[in-house]
Design a protein around this ligand. Structure first.
Ligand code: HPA
Length: 273
């Protein structure tokens, strides 16, 4: 762990000694997707507040916890509770758990989120395999002095959502009988949902879905050589002609229902990755 800042080492050492566990796959749960952790044979849970230097959620009822367990012989660590830029967290705080997972041994990361569908063919409840992203957040998590022990100054993002893992996800979806959408995720800071003109803009620049998370974590995972797979649950039609406004309640409800489909895909996926 030479060159790794102490705060990260302390968190990893704590997890290693407290859990005796060594994960190989990480899973980040998006808004309304908590049901996904039912997929595993849970070995244990640790509240974020017990892990040294971990950020702690300020949202009541969502304290955030790290759940670890097994499925299909794979060892998995789940981040149940993520941090968003719009909440006021720094990019360092948002990505701290991802760096800790990577240092703990995670080599593959599955990231999920709830997103608005700007592609007119998408419907609420669809699952989109993220093929690529466009980062419109106002700050980059790699800004500032580079920590060479984590990764290079100018990391390549040419395989940002691993082609190999995407192939496996397609295979898994086929087996699970779930049809996947594919597309580009655009990250905006929020927390307001987009204006009609902004939805048009996101579509014009090549976006299929829009959300407020994921991209910082994905950049940091790539920086550390962790392979990434991303799924967006399309919770609402994010288009300028939408007859009704989108509400956060609707987003959570649709995400909750679609979780079951995504669970079936991840269930199959874990057999082959
Ligand atoms: N915009 C931004 N983020 C979102 C949306 C949306 O329409 N739906 C779910 N997350």
């Amino acid at each position: 762990m030479e060159g790794i800042p102490r705060e990260y080492i302390d968190a990893v050492e704590h997890l290693k000694s407290k859990t005796g566990f060594a994960p190989e796959i990480g899973l980040v749960l998006g808004s309304g997707l908590g049901g996904l952790s039912e997929l595993f044979e849970v070995k244990g849970k640790t509240k974020y507040s017990e892990i040294p230097n971990f950020p702690v959620s300020t949202v009541k009822g969502h304290p955030g916890e790290l759940v670890y367990g097994e499925k299909e012989g794979k060892r998995i660590a789940v981040l149940a509770g993520r941090f968003h830029y719009y909440e006021g967290y720094s990019m360092k705080e948002i990505t701290f758990p991802i760096r800790v997972l990577a240092l703990w041994g995670v080599k593959k990361l599955i990231i999920t989120n709830a997103a608005g569908g700007v592609n007119p063919r998408f419907r609420p409840g669809d699952i989109m395999l993220i093929e690529d992203h466009i980062n419109l957040l106002p700050e980059n998590p790699l800004r500032g002095p580079n920590i060479d022990a984590f990764g290079p100054r100018f990391p390549s993002l040419h395989d940002v959502y691993s082609r190999e893992l995407r192939g496996k996800a397609e295979e898994a979806a086929l087996k699970a009988g779930v049809s996947l959408r594919r597309g580009v995720y655009v990250a905006l800071q929020g927390p307001d949902l987009e204006t009609p003109a902004e939805y048009s803009f996101v579509r014009t620049i090549g976006g299929d879905a829009v959300g407020m998370s994921t991209v910082p974590e994905v950049i940091v995972a790539n920086h550390m050589g962790v392979k990434v797979l991303g799924f967006s649950i399309i919770t609402n039609l994010a288009n300028p002609y939408s007859p009704r406004p989108t509400t956060h309640e609707e987003v959570l409800e649709v995400a909750g229902v679609a979780t079951e489909k995504l669970m079936r895909v991840i269930d199959e996926l874990l057999k082959i990755i």
